[in-house]
Design a protein around this ligand. Structure first.
Ligand code: 5RP
Length: 260
């Protein structure tokens, strides 16, 4: 990790939502006229979209356009008035996105919002990837605060889940499951089972396996990444290793740290 600089705190105690906005606005300061941006997904990235929209409307960022990392971001960016481009052909100068976790080497867990595949494609294609988080996202090890998601194809998803479990066989505290959401009520309503769950479906029509580690994932992360990606049926996982070029952290005390 490189430099860590802190700016003076604003007066008053900020809520977590305000901290997200502070980090997002700082990241937007990196945007220059004419840039094509990777537009992230999530509640923190949403603040960056709103800020970009405001600056575009004010005429401060002529020629800026974005490549959205999810259908939700596509809709939000369109409402904010950000011109959108598809991934092929766009030369992405800078991506701005949140993260679920950031470790001391600036490796990330992403995708608890379900958008890891497009995020990894777009953020990996750009020259610079600026991550925006509040302090609660800083962890000693990936997987400390929740799931590491893995996108899998629906065909044979439970078989793929078994293969993923097999990679960590016998590891104390490890478990994995298919991510589910409450089933939509059946048409007419009367026959619907309010208790039933169905697989969460990504923008790409895939499912998500959630891996949980007691106290975080240990070992050679690149090797673990390779072994996951070698499983037929796995599309991508939510460990973003060595991808972040800058992490902007809004601290609880209102200061902002920039790590790169
Ligand atoms: C979505 C993501 C998000 O960036 C991540 O979940 C952080 O979200 P938030 O800013 O809402 O905490 O990876 O797939």
């Amino acid at each position: 990790m490189g430099s860590a600089a802190a700016s003076p705190p604003p007066s008053g105690k900020l809520t977590q939502e305000e901290l997200k906005r502070v980090a997002a606005h700082r990241a937007v300061e990196f945007v220059e006229p004419g840039m094509t941006l990777g537009l992230g997904t999530g509640s923190t990235a949403a603040h960056a979209l709103d800020r970009l929209g405001d600056l575009l409307r004010a005429g401060a960022l002529p020629g800026v356009a974005g490549v959205p990392t999810s259908l939700k971001t596509e809709a939000h960016a369109a409402r904010a008035g950000i011109p959108l481009l598809p991934l092929p052909g766009a030369r992405i100068a800078l991506s701005i996105d949140g993260a679920d976790e950031v470790d001391p080497d600036l490796n990330l867990v992403k995708g608890r919002g379900g958008s890891l595949l497009r995020e990894k494609m777009i953020e990996g294609a750009g020259a610079r990837f600026v991550v925006i988080v509040d302090e609660s996202k800083l962890v000693p090890r990936l997987g400390c605060t929740g799931a590491i998601p893995v996108e899998v194809i629906p065909f044979g998803a439970l078989h793929t889940l078994g293969l993923i479990r097999g990679l960590f066989d016998g590891l104390p505290g490890f478990h994995a499951r298919l991510r589910t959401v409450p089933a939509a009520p059946a048409k007419g309503g009367e026959d619907s089972d309010s208790e039933s769950e169905q697989p969460f479906v990504t923008d790409n029509g895939n499912y998500i396996v959630e891996m949980f580690f007691e106290d975080g994932i240990r070992g050679d992360l690149r090797d673990i990444s390779d072994r996951l990606l070698r499983i037929t049926g796995v599309v991508e996982h939510g460990m973003f290793l060595g991808m972040a070029t800058t992490v902007i952290v809004a601290n609880k005390d209102g200061t902002v740290s920039v790590m790169d």
